[in-house]
Design a binder for this molecule. Structure first.
Ligand code: IMP
Ligand code: MG
Length: 177
């Protein structure tokens, strides 16, 4: 399948402004306490990097790797590909991901963190695609709500490509001739 970038739906400037607003909300909510951010690889990398630099709190972060997605349709299978090094037991945790889609990934990872003894687990996502939700998951902090279209950029990929785009765009897929 050949893929080409469609329409830019969220610009670089809009992302920058919204990330600053989210960071301000998180600062207000957690200050003066400590916060552990757990980010889901690889999609959340760029969002996390921009977000943490605007946090004015004692912060630790780590990445967790899970796999549940191939192509443009979620498989629902979640296996751990990179385990946490940080101990979450007894701590307030903010789970960070690029997009809340069916909710399966965040639902599973949240359960995992609760099992590991986290005192509280909240969720922060750049994008929310509520039309496709299958699990009862809501974001506590959300950048933008997006329609039911496959999007790439600012960490989000199609077959590992386009993560480096500084904006969010739709993707047009067409069968190769
Ligand atoms: P969920 O488990 O269905 O909520 O899927 C979450 C994961 O699927 C995200 O972390 C993304 O990696 C991926 N995903 C969902 N929707 C999109 C999309 O529109 N573009 C790129 N990746 C997506
Ligand atoms: Mg991902």
């Amino acid at each position: 399948m050949e893929a080409i970038i469609g329409k830019i739906i969220i610009s670089q400037q809009q992302i920058e402004q919204r990330v600053a607003e989210l960071a301000a909300q998180i600062n207000r909510q957690y200050s003066p306490g400590e916060l552990i951010l757990i980010a889901i690889m690889n999609g959340s990398l760029i969002f996390l990097a921009d977000l943490v630099r605007r946090l004015d709190l004692p912060v630790k972060f780590d990445f967790i790797g899970v796999s549940s997605y191939t192509g443009t349709e979620s498989t629902g299978i979640v296996s751990t590909t990179k385990r946490l090094k940080i101990q979450v037991s007894g701590h307030r945790v903010l789970l960070v991901d690029d997009i809340l889609d069916t909710g399966q990934t965040l639902h599973n990872v949240r359960q995992m963190l609760i099992q590991q003894g986290a005192a509280e687990v909240k969720i922060c996502v750049l994008l929310d695609k509520p039309a496709r939700r299958r699990m009862p998951v809501q974001a506590d902090f959300c950048g933008f709500t997006v329609p039911d279209e496959f999007v790439v950029g600012y960490g989000l990929d199609y077959q590992e490509k386009y993560r480096n785009l500084p904006y969010i765009a739709t993707l047009n897929l067409r069968l190769e001739a």
